[in-house]
Ligand binder design. Structure first.
Ligand code: COA
Length: 285
């Protein structure tokens, strides 16, 4: 497939991707670097970060691995200092790092709730505020995209800490989009549906039967491919979307809409069969 974007789409951008060592964060880092961004990947484990950076370097891009626990605001401050010293001041951020697991809510310990909220909500807060403070001080424009989830609006059973934390992240993006518009800082949220990664699928869709059930909820009849999400992120982080801020962009093959529509099940019937069935219900004149 021909690349729909110019190879210098993100030239001049220095972008921090949290959780950039694996899964969708890794794919995002690779894609942004392929479009000319200098990319810093933050995460707790150094090895996957180093692998991501090597892959980007081998492809001719520029990247930096910064081991950092984003739950710690001082560690975040030091990570931003390191990015500034080695890549130049960051002007963009992708809040991607997350934690999640399936658990009946009545069985959650306070620490279990806290562990997810600390990564998702507090981690995104520390990184977003650190970037914002620095951009405002430099009078520089910037952009933030936070990866939320297709259940950010309606919540979700059995992943309460994640649902609550991601809803908080969305509120943060929308609040700051208004507050920081005057500084030229844009903030958006992207809500992916099911995009296969080892981390998410092993935790949230264990076994092929759960995966098949998940697929049945997607009218597009397939899971997302990483490039589809990373192209959306590239667009939102580029100068092609200067007026888009405070938005929630869903990318889920219409999964979330399907779940909320009473007659959506017909979409999964063979269309000729559905037409025949509906015609048979039509009153005869
Ligand atoms: N069900 C119930 N409680 C769980 C749990 C589960 N599956 N997994 C962890 N917990 C609880 C622990 O028991 C602990 O609570 P306790 O001290 O009361 O016993 C608490 O959560 C913290 O667990 P711990 O493993 O010490 O936390 P951590 O900070 O090292 O890990 C997690 C954070 C739990 C979110 C871990 O899954 C993680 O690091 N995930 C990162 C990657 C990820 O989740 N990716 C998926 C994205 S969709």
């Amino acid at each position: 497939m021909n690349d729909p974007f110019r190879p210098d789409l993100l030239q001049g951008k220095t972008t921090i991707v949290t959780g950039g060592g694996s899964g969708l964060g890794r794919s995002t880092a690779l894609r942004l670097a392929s479009l000319g961004a200098k990319v810093a990947v933050l995460g707790r484990r150094p090895e996957p970060l180093a692998e991501t950076v090597k892959t980007i370097g081998d492809a001719g891009g520029t990247a930096l691995a910064v081991p950092c626990d984003i739950r710690d605001p001082e560690a975040v401050r030091q990570a931003f200092d390191r990015v500034e010293a080695e890549l130049g001041a960051a002007n963009q951020l992708v809040n991607n790092a997350a934690g999640n697991f399936l658990c009946p809510s009545e069985d959650l310990s306070p620490n279990a709730f806290n562990s997810v909220v600390q990564i998702v909500l507090y981690g995104s807060f520390h990184c977003t505020i650190e970037l914002g403070k620095r951009l405002i001080a430099r009078q520089a424009k910037g952009a933030v995209v936070s990866i939320v989830t297709s259940y950010v609006t309606n919540g979700s059973a059995f992943v309460l800490p994640s649902a609550a934390a991601k809803a908080g992240v969305l509120a943060m993006m929308r609040s700051l989009a208004v507050e920081w518009a005057t500084y030229g800082i844009r903030l958006n949220a992207v809500a992916p549906g099911p995009f296969p990664t080892d981390g998410a699928f092993s935790r949230l869709l264990p076994g092929s039967e759960m995966e098949k059930q998940a697929l049945r909820r997607v009218p597009s009849r397939r899971f997302g491919e990483h490039w589809e999400l990373t192209n959306l992120l590239a667009y939102l982080l580029s100068d092609a979307s200067p007026y888009q801020t405070g938005d929630l962009v869903t990318i889920d093959g219409a999964e979330a809409l399907f779940s909320g529509q009473q007659f959506a099940g017909f979409a999964h019937l063979d269309r000729a069969m559905a037409k025949e069935l509906m015609a048979s219900l039509k009153p005869r004149k």
